[in-house]
Design a protein around this ligand. Sequence first.
Ligand code: GTP
Ligand code: MG
Length: 294
Amino acid sequence: MSYRSGFVSIIGSPNVGKSTLMNRLVGQKVSIVSDKAQTTRNRIMGVMSRPGWQIVFLDTPGVTTPKNRLGDYMLRVAYDSLNEVEAILLLVDAKRGIGPKDEALLNKLREAKAPVVAGINKADLCTLDDIESARERLEKEPFIRQIIKLSALEGRGVEQLTETLTTYLVEGPQYFPEDMVTDQPERVICGEIIREKALQLLREEVPHGLGVCIDKIEAREDGVQDIWATIYCERASHKGILIGRQGAMLKRIGTEARKDMEWLLGSRVNLQLWVKVKEDWRNSASMLGELGYE
Ligand SMILES: Nc1nc2c(ncn2[C@@H]2O[C@H](COP(=O)(O)OP(=O)(O)OP(=O)(O)O)[C@@H](O)[C@H]2O)c(=O)[nH]1
Ligand SMILES: [Mg+2]
């Protein structure tokens, strides 16, 4: 039989588990995850290759009403991902139920050309009634071809989902080498790792206003990599929280990020973190460009 391949966009409200699911599908962490909404800010590609077929997943920012220029960008990224894909995977959170954000997205998806498969995620957290009421709502939409109960965290339903998605693949090229799981350069992944640790360790408000720039990566002769990064925040008060008492918070973020980077790069890492205040940077075109949101 001929080789089959295709692109699948993963779309949904913030925090429903899109990135967790994509990482699970491709078998490696390529997209950062946190319990805060709006963790993913860009389109993150994840490749799943098996003998005879390849699925290229596009993880996207959670769809919500934008509050600033960065939000406008994120929404555009999410909606743009719906074009030129072989299938769309709509993810909802069974525990939270189908809310206004999901309803708005369902409206949008009515216009989509690609077939839509829905995943009811976080099944491990909720009752059968929760799942049934989400299913009932989704079944009302004729454009939804199939509904699958999932736990991205535990891996439940993921095999069935993969099988379903492969039926939408078309005869086509192997887009990426078999051992490639993402198109993100190491520099970008390193920045994302720092942002993830900050999201995981800090409270609401502060982490949402953070942006990370990897300024330089240099390899020493003995293999150690020196990495210089700047974390931008929006207010002086946020800078204080980010640095923490006697630098404790920044140190924690740095230590945890360094461990992940060492795993990623397969070498020892010396990470130098700087913190800078850039007021309202999420509305600044030049800052958005500098941080890769353009
Ligand atoms: N219990 C449970 N938690 C889950 C599951 N999937 C994701 N989570 C958790 O839900 C939170 C959000 O996960 P993400 O994967 O970052 O969600 P997302 O949809 O990518 O979020 P944004 O990028 O902000 O739109 C994290 O705390 C995950 O650990 C699941 O199946 N079960
Ligand atoms: Mg995400």
